[in-house]
Design a protein around this ligand. Structure first.
Ligand SMILES: NC(=O)c1ccc[n+]([C@@H]2O[C@H](COP(=O)([O-])OP(=O)(O)OC[C@H]3O[C@@H](n4cnc5c(N)ncnc54)[C@H](OP(=O)(O)O)[C@@H]3O)[C@@H](O)[C@H]2O)c1
Length: 273
């Protein structure tokens, strides 16, 4: 028997980080597919305009605010969604943050903040929702990774480490979630044009517009494969780089990022944290 795959008739889709970027676009698309979409954003970050945009669609968007780093708040959100809107059949852990870290601005704060949001922020939602999915005997969870999880490149010491943690966590949990009839997926996008990438010090090849990325994510959710990574012309190149002997990969990355040639440019431009 194949593992459960969510559909709008079965219950609610829950997504974290829907105020901007990928989360907002995915929420809108899921509502157009007919889902009741529960969106969790920070309490001071209202999504009235998203709710307005989705009026008249087959599904609807409801707001359930919480900071994802608030463990008790996230458990309360899961309970509130199920009490108000019904069983969560699809949980998308999308909220995330990027902080540039270099060897010369190394500090614990950037790592702690990145792990609090990108790793513990996922767990704070996953733990309460998976319990309910297990009791019901079905569910579908989607983790938001990144191509920066494949290997390290300049400035990604914190961000890439959190996304690698999410990928390994998803892969490890899949063994058990399969037995619980809970589908596990991880999305590893390349560069998507959102407020998050506006902060990047690099020029980003094969940049995708956010609605195209969201459409790819929604299609992957319907298809159900474990990993979705896009755009392929970039991410397959990254996978090939991963297969290279490490010294060759490092050389290629130094050339691609021009890290060796003009380090001071990047130090200046990555001082946003
Ligand atoms: N853009 C890319 O190129 C790219 C590539 C690969 C993976 N990703 C991943 O895709 C996901 C979405 O990123 P994005 O590009 O769409 O960036 P974004 O536009 O900055 O969206 C991030 C979302 O997460 C929310 N968020 C951040 N910290 C939060 C917290 N503590 N509690 C609740 N919500 C919080 C943000 O809300 P606020 O507005 O309140 O901060 C925002 O809604 C992230 O996990 C990111 O790592 C992005």
């Amino acid at each position: 028997m194949s593992t459960y795959r969510a559909s709008p008739e079965d219950g609610v889709a829950w997504i974290t980080g829907g105020s901007t970027g990928i989360g907002r676009s995915v929420a809108r698309m899921l509502a157009s597919e007919g889902y009741t979409v529960a969106v969790t954003v920070r309490p001071d970050d209202p999504i009235d305009s998203l709710i307005d945009e989705t009026k008249g669609m087959k599904g609807r968007v409801l707001s359930f605010p919480s900071d994802v780093t608030d463990e008790a708040g996230m458990a309360a959100v899961v309970a509130a969604i199920e009490a108000k809107a019904g069983a969560i059949v699809l949980a998308i852990f999308n909220a995330g943050t990027y902080t540039s870290v270099t060897g010369t601005n190394l500090g614990i704060g950037a790592f702690r903040q990145s792990f609090e949001v990108n790793v513990f922020g996922v767990l704070n939602g996953l733990v309460p929702v998976i319990e309910r999915m297990r009791n019901r005997g079905r569910g579908h969870v989607v983790f938001m990774g990144s191509i920066s999880s494949y290997f390290g490149w300049p400035t990604t010491a914190a961000y890439g480490a959190t996304k690698a943690a999410v990928n390994v966590m998803a892969e490890a949990l899949k063994f058990d979630f399969d037995k619980m009839n809970v589908r596990t997926q991880v999305m590893n996008p390349g560069f998507i044009n959102t407020p998050l990438t506006e902060q990047s010090p690099f020029s980003m090849p094969a940049m995708m517009e956010v609605d195209a990325a969201a459409a790819r994510i929604c299609k992957s959710i319907r298809k159900g494969g474990f990993e979705a990574t896009f755009p392929r012309r970039l991410t397959w190149g990254m996978k090939l780089l991963f297969l290279l002997p490490r010294p060759l990969r490092e050389k290629a990355l130094r050339i691609a990022t021009r890290w060796q040639a003009e380090p001071m440019i990047y130090l200046r431009r990555s001082s946003f944290d």
